[in-house]
Ligand binder design. Structure first.
Ligand code: 26Y
Length: 818
């Protein structure tokens, strides 16, 4: 291996541009950036990649030999983060690489940080897809992920004067050693044009003549499992212009326009859409969805046909999981392929289609459900719209038989939303055509059954399942918290927990053991020092490592209530200011750390970021406060940042108003790493509490069932004095920018109805925070709680989630290498 890397290091093809200015803010900030390190990272990555390709080839051969049922995970987002460390941990060569690099004069830890994050996702939904791939590979499932190779992933966030600025994420600029371009694996994806109906052998046949064809080219990313040879594939599609276009224009002599349309075609896969929760009908986004599913389905059908002469066995060989409704247009696309290209009849095509698709819902807000204007579909996908109409026609006929003239119900069920402007409801299409729909936590499952999709659940309860999310312990413990992982292995006497997370339960036996507690807290402290050093580099602030690190990192959103956190911080500040010197001695010092990106068009989320900075400026520089309270915002939150912050957190906050977070997976990552949770009775917080016990968590506030009534009572509600005082301070300009913060303050008092119930939950939030302070002082008890938190997390591995999907939804078996 030493030789291999040495050879790569000397090889000219891997030398890179020397005048790099902005490789990565993070590495620059750490002041560790050396060109040598970057080259060494690349050499290492290529050498690891060679090993991955070998395993990938073996896996592929085995699949071809055995032809098992395969699972295809279709997702518009895969938030992969970095690959180097994860790959060498999974294939079991981390130690060897670290040694070899040392001999060459490099430090693996530093090289790892040279890699740019593959940020092809917004947040939870995309990261879940990435964790799923890790578990699918580890559990030996014959699986592939399909997604888009966005040239610009999630925007890069910088902060200027406390305001968020968005910059394009040029993550591919320095090459991507983890992908293999398959120049010969391309498929045409068609858009626009018209459909002709012709008679062929006494049968109506539909011929779609597209107005635009874009070629999809495959890029493969090998995903190695942990402790197995199984290496699955993440195939990402990039758009390249189709040759046909050029020919057309060539014949009309319009060379310049040919080149321009070539450029337009390439924009399809150029940018990841930020999730701004309320749905926006953007044509390009729909084109991206079609592009993903059409290329993927053509690829799957081709692979199937290599082994089978007809489609009878298709449902026994193929399962598609749709990550939310984003790829649901795939239903119409598969129907089109079967009807128009494979010449199957409607009944057969529909039977096959409804047996292969299942979908996961991740939404709570009805307004986040995608619906596309009928006109848009008619123009962009004329043949698909015909198919959707026909699906809806048969569905409505069936419903009429069932519900007679209950027109209100029929109109709710219909895939087509009537009205002045008609829409196609993608969730309804999914519910009609998928054999299974699943929620992502117990509470979310109850919600979709009783509210979001009630009509469908009343009719087809058998279609509904609950699959609580998880996270992979390989990335979120073994890679990001190696010292704690080693300690766990030492005390459990095995590293089998990396594949069977339930084994963490064994830590309960030792939670009270002084030796474990001491070692545990020592590791946690050294993780905190690492984070403190980073904070000093980015902000200049020196934080006290023995203070409580109180963290909230996630996308910035009103429903996630970072604002409640800030109001709590201001209140704490205000209390400290008004204390006697004697009382100040009793205050438990805290470093409050926030991080997250606001969707670019979401003004109130951006105001929250500015407020965090404004409050931080004030209290961080107040000599009365000193080390008792600090507020730090970490810019450009992403997967790698989470890997640094999570192992260093004492408490983390998960404050969404009950009934608004579908699941939440950040909380699982924190809890696994021994960080205690302050949270509401929402999403997976509730399930985590069931496992850890309420004595090891700080849950507060109402349950989801109480929320509708509380909302109706809001008109007459008067928040407590402390809450009003804080809001008054913001309004009065104590933190400057009084005018800019007014609209934010209006959402919680005065003009606003405090939809997210910050005022209502504030007293119980303060109680929870007071309980945290009290607990933190008792070091022994805190260490025990922290160990018990990790011990109780066995359920929250995606290994458990994936097994449930495999057994209860996909009906697929592992395929083990001999
Ligand atoms: C329509 C579009 C622009 C869009 C794009 C992304 C809409 C939604 C999303 C992303 C949603 C998402 O990330 N949902 C989160 O899924 C996680 C995994 O299930 C949950 O843990 C989390 O609660 C939920 O907010």
């Amino acid at each position: 291996m030493y030789k291999l890397m040495d050879q790569y290091l000397k090889n000219d093809t891997f030398s890179i541009q020397k005048n790099i200015v902005d490789h990565s803010e993070y590495t620059l900030a750490r002041s560790r950036f050396r060109f040598d390190d970057f080259e060494a990272y690349q050499a290492t990555a290529y050498s690891v990649r060679d090993r991955l390709i070998e395993r990938w080839n073996d896996t592929h051969s085995l699949m071809r030999e055995k032809d098992p049922k395969r699972i295809y995970y279709l997702s518009m987002e895969f938030l992969m983060g970095r690959s180097l460390l994860n790959s060498i941990v999974n294939i079991g060569v981390k130690g060897q690489y670290a040694d070899a690099l040392k001999q060459l004069g490099f430090d693996l830890e530093i090289l790892v940080e040279q890699e740019r994050d593959a940020a092809l996702g917004n947040g939870g939904l995309g990261r879940l897809a990435a964790c799923f791939l890790d578990s699918l590979a580890t559990l030996d499932y014959p699986a592939w992920g399909y997604g888009l190779r966005y040239e610009y992933g999630m925007f890069r966030q910088t902060i200027q004067d406390g305001f968020q600025l968005e910059h394009p994420d040029y993550w591919l600029n320095f090459g991507n050693p983890w992908e293999i371009q398959r120049v010969h694996t391309t498929y045409p994806v068609k858009f626009y044009g018209h459909v002709d109906e012709i008679q062929e052998n006494n049968k109506k046949t539909y011929i779609w003549t597209p107005g635009e064809t874009v070629e999809a080219v495959a890029y493969d990313n090998p995903i190695p499992g942990y402790g197995t040879k199984n290496t699955i594939n993440l195939r990402l599609w990039a758009a390249k212009p189709s040759g046909e276009l050029e020919l057309d224009s060539f014949s009309t002599g319009d060379y310049v326009n040919a080149v321009l349309s070539k450029q337009r075609a390439e924009t399809i896969s150029s940018i990841l859409y930020p999730d701004d929760r309320t749905y926006q009908g953007k044509e390009l986004r729909l084109k991206q969805q079609v592009f993903l599913v059409s290329a993927s389905l053509q690829d799957v059908v081709r692979r199937y046909k290599d082994f089978h002469s007809d489609f009878a066995a298709f449902p026994q060989k193929v399962a598609f999981q749709l990550n939310d409704t984003h790829p649901i247009i795939g239903v119409a696309e598969l129907m089109r392929i079967l009807l128009d290209e494979e010449k199957l009849d409607w009944v057969k095509s529909w039977e096959i289609t409804t047996k292969v698709f299942s979908f996961t819902n991740h939404a709570i807000l009805p307004e986040a459900l995608e619906k596309w204007p009928l006109e848009l579909l008619e123009n962009l996908l004329p043949r698909h719209l015909q198919i959707i109409y026909r699906i809806n026609f048969y569905f409505m006929e069936e419903m009429k038989k069932k519900f007679g003239d209950d027109l209100v119900r029929l109109s709710r069920l219909s895939i087509i939303e009537e009205g002045e402007k008609k829409n196609v409801r993608m969730a309804n299409l999914a519910l009609v055509s998928c054999h299974t729909v699943n929620g992502v936590s117990k509470s979310h499952f109850e919600f979709i059954k009783s509210s979001l999709f009630k009509d469908f659940h009343d009719m087809w309860p058998h279609k509904f399942q609950c699959k609580t999310n998880g996270v992979t312990q390989r990335r979120w413990m073994a890679c990001s918290n190696p010292d704690l992982s080693q300690l766990i292995t030492k005390w459990l006497g095995t590293e089998a927990w990396l594949k069977e997370l339930d084994l963490l339960l064994g830590l309960r036996l030792h939670a009270n053991d002084y030796n474990l507690q001491e070692q545990w807290m020592k590791v946690r402290r050294s993780n905190k020092s690492r984070l403190a050093a980073y904070i000093q580099i980015i902000s200049g602030a020196k934080v006290n490592v023995d203070a409580m690190f109180d963290v909230q990192i996630k996308r910035i959103h009103e429903y996630k209530r970072q604002f409640l956190n800030v109001i709590g911080i201001i209140h704490r500040y205000d209390c400290i200011k008004n204390m006697t010197a004697e009382d100040r001695k009793k205050v438990v010092p805290r470093v409050c750390i926030l991080g997250g990106k606001a969707p670019p068009g979401y003004e109130n989320a951006k105001r929250i970021i500015k407020l965090i900075h404004a409050v931080g400026d004030k209290l961080n520089n107040d000599p009365d406060v000193g080390d008792l309270l600090k507020l730090i915002f970490i810019p450009d939150y992403n997967v790698s940042m989470a890997e640094l912050v999570i192992p260093a957190s004492d408490i983390s906050q998960h404050l969404s108003t009950a009934g608004s977070e579908a699941c939440g997976t950040g909380n699982m990552k924190f809890a696994m790493n021994g960080c205690l949770i302050v949270g509401t009775k929402d999403g997976s917080n509730v399930e985590i509490q069931e496992e850890l016990g309420s004595e090891n968590m700080f849950l507060f506030g109402p349950s989801a069932e109480d929320i509708p009534e509380l909302r109706t009572e809001q008109k007459d509600f008067q928040p407590v004095l402390e809450f009003r005082r804080v809001v008054g301070m913001i309004r009065k300009g104590v933190f400057g920018n009084a005018e800019y913060f007014q609209p934010l303050c209006d959402t919680i008092d005065g003009a606003g109805d405090d939809y997210y119930l910050l005022g209502h939950d504030f007293p119980s939030y303060l109680e929870a925070q007071a309980a945290v302070d009290k607990a933190f002082v008792d070091k022994k008890r805190w260490a025990e709680m922290s160990i018990l938190s990790t011990a109780g997390c066995g359920q929250f591995s995606t290994d458990r989630t994936i097994r449930e999907y495999a057994e209860e939804i996909w009906n697929v078996e592992p395929l083990r290498h001999s």
